[in-house]
Design a protein around this ligand. Structure first.
Ligand code: PLP
Length: 380
């Protein structure tokens, strides 16, 4: 199997499984209990927090463990908005191509009366900074922007948008789910007040993530409780937290890994370039190293995915959470891509364990599979 769907999820690393396994047996107690086993669990939790904080370049007090990035995003938006409301600020500004769960949350906040605006993207998939600037204002409570788009891989201008948000007196949240684990990151010198991440995007377990929250930033916990310094209630999922820490600890030199993965991605794109009608989105903009989002002429994505699975290649037609439906990607739609073109979108997302042989094999067999389809579905 050639797995090219790393933006959806990644296989857990052996080090992660080795670290998690014993926790179920030796540290199963409640880390809030005063007895011996509880105190053992508390020590394991503290050690995992220290490891994760070191890898993320944050203070241990800034790290709130969550069940993943969806929850971290939810906590950031609702917790920071509630805190800003006390200062008379209400409005939320988010990117138009955020993750679908964050967009759904924004819709539900709108229904609850929160004013929400969207920063549009240019046809190149990146936030239009002039339009973003025009949406800033003294009523703004919070700006939320993803660091990198999960479909196109486009890197967003976080530094510029954070500077605008802060100049307007608003807080800045970044959904860095697709960035962390693929590209270098340190919260200490990051321009945001809050950052979301998810362990399963970098070989950690599913159901484990974190919200990094800048020390001193006003925040009203959406799930009150005594854990996580009163910022997220609920007995800690210790095996998952230990797995998250182990996944962060094993990350190597991300800059050189990114260069290697981008080289394979570029080899894939140039190998496919001879196919008539090939179109790659966001090719000329800063992108995640392993992401290639493309269409083969006007061949429907579902047809291509079926052929790929016959080759034992796992890819995706866009955001995993919304695949299966026949609605075009909201990301491509926001970029102005027509519906019939968007329905042909295929995402290959390579990872650190993708091998040159995998790409060579794909390039050997793919053209023969695609060419007959191209002659049927001619460009309109
Ligand atoms: N944000 C982005 C940009 C993502 O790509 C994803 C996962 O696909 C999420 C959030 C949700 O992460 P999780 O699966 O940890 O809830």
């Amino acid at each position: 199997m050639i797995y090219l769907d790393h933006n959806a999820t990644t296989p857990p690393a052996p080090e992660v499984l080795d670290a998690m396994g014993p926790v179920f047996v030796t540290a199963w107690a409640n880390a809030s209990s005063q007895h011996g086993p509880g105190q053992d669990a508390k020590r394991v939790l503290g050690a995992a927090r220290a490891t994760a904080a070191r890898a993320l370049g944050c203070k241990t007090s800034e790290l709130i463990f969550t069940s993943g990035a969806t929850e971290a995003n939810h906590m950031a938006l609702t917790g920071l908005l509630a805190a800003a409301r006390a200062q008379g600020r209400q409005r939320l500004l988010i990117g138009a191509v955020e993750h679908s769960a964050l967009l759904r949350l924004a819709r539900s906040l709108t229904e609850q009366g929160v004013p929400v605006d969207f920063m549009p993207v240019s046809p190149d998939g990146r936030i239009d900074l002039t339009a973003a600037e025009a949406l800033m204002g003294p009523d703004l409570a919070l700006v939320s922007l993803m660091a990198a788009n999960n479909e196109t891989g486009a890197l967003m201008p976080v530094t510029e948008v954070a500077a605008m948000a802060h100049a307007a007196g608003a807080a800045m949240h970044v959904d860095a789910t697709q960035w962390i684990g693929k590209l270098p990151f340190a919260f200490a010198d990051y321009p945001a007040d809050a950052v979301s991440l998810s362990a399963h995007k970098f070989h950690g377990p599913k159901g484990a993530g974190a919200l990094l929250l800048r020390q001193g930033r006003a925040f009203v916990p959406p799930v009150p409780g005594s854990q996580e310094r009163g910022r997220r209630g609920g007995t800690e999922n210790l095996p998952a937290i230990v797995g998250l820490a182990a996944a962060l600890e094993r990350l190597g030199d991300l800059a050189s890994q990114a260069e290697h993965v981008a080289g394979l991605r570029d080899a894939l794109e140039s190998g496919l370039a001879e196919l008539p009608g090939l179109h790659v989105w966001c090719q000329g903009v800063p992108r995640l190293p392993g992401t290639s989002y493309l269409r083969f002429g006007m061949v429907d994505a579902d047809v291509v995915l079926q052929r790929l699975s016959r080759l034992n290649v796992a890819a995706s037609s866009g955001a995993a959470c919304s695949s299966g439906g026949s609605e075009p990607s909201h990301v491509l739609t926001a970029m102005g891509v027509p519906r019939d073109e968007a329905l042909c979108a295929i995402r290959f997302s390579l990872g650190d364990e993708t091998r040159a042989e995998d790409i060579a094999l794909l390039l050997n067999s793919l053209p023969a599979l695609i060419e007959p389809l191209l002659s049927v579905a001619t460009e309109s």
